[in-house]
Design a binder for this molecule. Structure first.
Ligand SMILES: *Cc1c(COP(=O)(O)O)cnc(C)c1O
Length: 495
């Protein structure tokens, strides 16, 4: 049966999966949601015998119903290959009684690779299916991590080009080095003299530039975006929750139908929403534990039913979670309001006008599967240190927020379900914060010396992603003013 997608903000026309992937955002500014969350049509026993790629097919075929079997398997096989440094793609590691689901074995050693390695293939397949003849040009503004993951995903993919703008003095030296050494003649990286907001605003202007769109169309190009609200990023994230449960079953760590809890370090709410979809597909998940850092908008929301972004923005050691508007939460709001687009649209209007909204008691009751809490900077660092001292296992700062919240939850409730913690980045991506948490003496060391020291104390090989940038030549050295972004794009496209 075909599954269609609707906007969270109006009862407009339903679109196919491939159309939703191509459009990214609905015309009314809403997010696409499937009309129903499909149930798995294979048993958990059957799934437990499958590889990651086979599991990906079983999950994604139910969401992307207008893709043929060949198309979807082709996308999956191109995405989940030797770019990952683990054959099982997303290994589970047991430490101190919890199961860490390592989502950082891809090209840029963070969980965004799980979706961004397949999105380019889903996008060009969607373009073909909808008779789009133009090449797709991905335009992204980045504050660091997403830019590199998108570059790595799109590099060398025929029929696509990618242009990434980053604030020249607003990313870490390692992040910059990762981007400017990116190979692939369809990639283009530009530092702008301005901050992240300037880059973001410039990109939005280019997306809205009708004249530019006309010139590009004549030359055989059209823009698209790779941001985290695209369902082509959400659906691939459901896979690893299904896969991790099936692995626990296979290894005899859970009994048939035994429920587990899942803890997710959360920013934009995409990753934990994928876990919610996995639960609704039939995976026995009891609680979905939403872990925040000191930007604890979501914790306050689950406590009070009031979403309020009016507060100070805190820079933390888990920067990928430093977010005050979690865009994917809109999908949960819509679903728990009974798929009522008008009601959701009113909340979103209030959010954009006043920075806050309050959900109803009924909706709160519909969110009882979720639990929210947060970890302070101190608690996060203490968690890294104590887990390392007890077990030798080293967490990154984002995963440590989740581990700290997990401890708080168990202490508060006594709930003793087995727990899967989403491990969203390699500690090698945030080496300085991680090493300082273990011992402040490390702060005196240089970046790459710290990398080697981490490798030694954790007994883990330095990941290829880090090894490569030590010696890789700089390929991209364009710097421009924010006013010149358009001419830079036109020059790159030779139009
Ligand atoms: C993006 C990111 C997160 C947050 O994920 P969301 O889907 O935005 O909630 C957490 N940890 C790391 C390392 C990330 O890169």
């Amino acid at each position: 049966m075909d599954l269609f997608y609707r906007s969270t903000r109006s009862k407009g026309e339903a679109v196919s999966a491939s159309q939703a992937i191509l459009k990214g955002l609905a015309d009314d500014g809403g997010l696409f949601v499937p009309e129903t969350v499909p149930r798995l049509d294979k048993s958990l026993e059957e799934l437990s015998q499958m590889t990651y790629q086979e599991t990906a097919y079983e999950v994604m075929k139910l969401f992307l119903t207008d893709f043929t079997e060949t198309e979807l398997k082709d996308c999956i096989n191109k995405a989940y290959d030797s770019k990952f440094d683990s054959e099982v793609i997303a290994p589970l590691v047991e430490a101190d009684g919890a199961y860490y689901l390592e989502l950082f074995h891809g090209a840029t050693i963070a969980f965004k690779d799980m979706a961004l390695s397949i999105l380019p293939h889903l996008l060009i397949t969607s373009a073909k299916k909808n008779q789009v003849k133009n090449d797709i040009v991905i335009l992204t503004a980045t504050s660091g991590d997403t830019g590199k993951a998108a570059l790595a995903g799109f590099a060398g993919v025929a029929g696509t080009k990618i242009i990434v703008f980053y604030p020249k003095n607003g990313v870490s030296p390692i992040q910059e080095k990762q981007m400017v050494t990116q190979k692939g003649d369809n990639t283009f990286v530009v530092g702008i003299t301005g901050n992240f907001d300037d880059a973001q605003t410039g990109v939005k202007q280019l997306f809205g530039d009708k004249e530019l769109a006309g010139v590009m169309d004549k030359a055989g190009f059209q823009f698209s975006s790779a941001n985290s609200i695209n369902i082509g990023r959400l659906v691939p994230q459901v896979v690893y929750y299904v896969y991790s449960y099936a692995q626990l079953l296979k290894e005899g760590k859970v009994e048939k139908d035994e429920q587990i809890n899942v803890v997710v370090p959360t920013g934009n709410f995409g990753n934990i929403l994928a876990a919610y979809f996995a639960k609704n597909m039939g995976i026995p998940i009891a609680k979905l534990i939403c872990a925040s850092n000191e930007n604890k908008v979501l914790y306050d929301f689950f406590e009070t039913g009031v979403y309020d972004r009016n507060r100070e923005f805190v820079l933390t050691s888990s920067p990928s979670m430093d977010i005050l508007i979690s865009s994917n939460l809109e999908r949960l709001i819509y679903l728990t309001a009974g798929a009522d687009a008008d009601k959701n649209a009113a909340f979103m209007k209030s959010l954009s006008e006043t920075g806050k909204y309050e959900i109803t008691e009924d909706m709160k009751a519909n969110m009882k599967d979720f639990y929210g809490n947060y970890a302070s900077e101190q608690e996060t660092a203490a968690t890294i240190k104590s887990l390392y001292e007890q077990t030798g296992y080293v967490l990154d700062t984002h995963t440590a927020v989740a581990a700290a919240v997990c401890k708080k939850y168990v202490k508060e409730t006594g709930d003793n379900h087995k727990t899967v913690i989403a491990s969203t980045a390699s500690p090698f991506k945030f080496t300085r914060s991680v090493m300082n948490a273990i011992d402040p003496k490390y702060d005196a060391m240089g970046d790459f010396a710290l990398v080697d020291e981490l490798s030694k104390i954790a007994n883990v090989k330095v990941p290829r992603a880090i090894e490569e940038i030590r010696t890789a030549p700089v390929i991209h050295d364009t710097i421009c003013d924010k006013e010149d972004m358009k001419s830079v794009v036109m020059k790159f496209l030779r139009i």
